[in-house]
Every structure is written in C-alpha cells, then in structure tokens.
Design a protein around this ligand. Structure first.
Ligand code: SF4
Length: 127
C-alpha cells in the first residue's frame, strides 16, 4: 500500500495485476516523456532514439513537450503501449507519470466515487 501527502486515499499496487482494466492508460490526455525516459524506452525496445521518437511519440504543448502517441481502437483512445490484454508493453520502463498514478494532483480533487470507478487500487479508509 502506498500513501502520499495531500491525498485522502491509499494505493494498493497489487490491484494492477489482479483486477485492473487499465483505465489510467485509456482516454484523452498526454503521457509526457523526459529526455532520459526517451533514451531508456528506446533502449528497452532495442531501437534508436530517432526511430522511437518517430514511431511512438508526438509533440505536445505547442511543441514544447514530447508525449506518447495514442491509438484509436473501436472508438476507444488508448496508449500506444497498451496491449490487447490491457497490459503495458514497457511496464518495467514506463514513464514517471505512469508510475506516479494515481497520485496526480488533479485527482486529489476528484470525488471519491469517481476515483473508485477509475482504479480498483484506490482505497479509502472507510472502503
Ligand atoms: S506507458 Fe504503459 S503504463 Fe503508461 S499509459 Fe502507456 S500503457 Fe499505460
């Protein structure tokens, strides 16, 4: 169980393996990458940085940031690295933004019922 200051829930990271539908990897939004992450993921995939950038990323925030590409499949938007079984293909090297989920600042203000639907790993003291 992981706790973080400023959040009134805790996160059961074992839920990712058991009952997750990967909702955090679906829908609109950006997964931003740092320079270091670009190199690490390209290395993990055994391709060079330029190929990785071309195949898996897009520019965001008026070209100031690099983010992962989304795919639109059966009217669902999903991260390019989410496989058919809703598993992350680069889990070991997933970006910090993904590792930080569900402790994203904007989620700290979301209603409890909404968050519980988003992620089965989000646990409140009163259940
Ligand atoms: S990189 Fe992996 S964990 Fe992050 S959004 Fe994509 S599929 Fe999900």
């Amino acid at each position: 169980m992981i706790k973080k200051e400023g959040f009134d829930f805790i996160f059961d990271e074992t839920a990712c393996q058991k009952k997750c539908k990967a909702l955090c990897c679906k829908g609109n939004g950006y997964v931003f990458l740092s320079n270091k992450e670009i190199n690490e993921i390209a290395n993990y995939l055994n391709i060079d940085r330029e190929t990785f950038l071309k195949l898996y990323t897009k520019k965001a925030i008026y070209g100031k940031r690099i983010a992962l590409v989304d795919l639109r499949i059966n009217s669902e938007t999903r991260c390019v690295f989410l496989d058919d079984n809703d598993r992350c293909e680069i889990y070991e090297k997933r970006p910090k933004q993904c590792r930080d989920f569900p402790f994203w600042k904007h989620l700290s203000k979301k209603p409890k019922e909404e968050l519980k639907k988003l992620c089965p790993g989000i646990v409140y003291a009163d259940k």
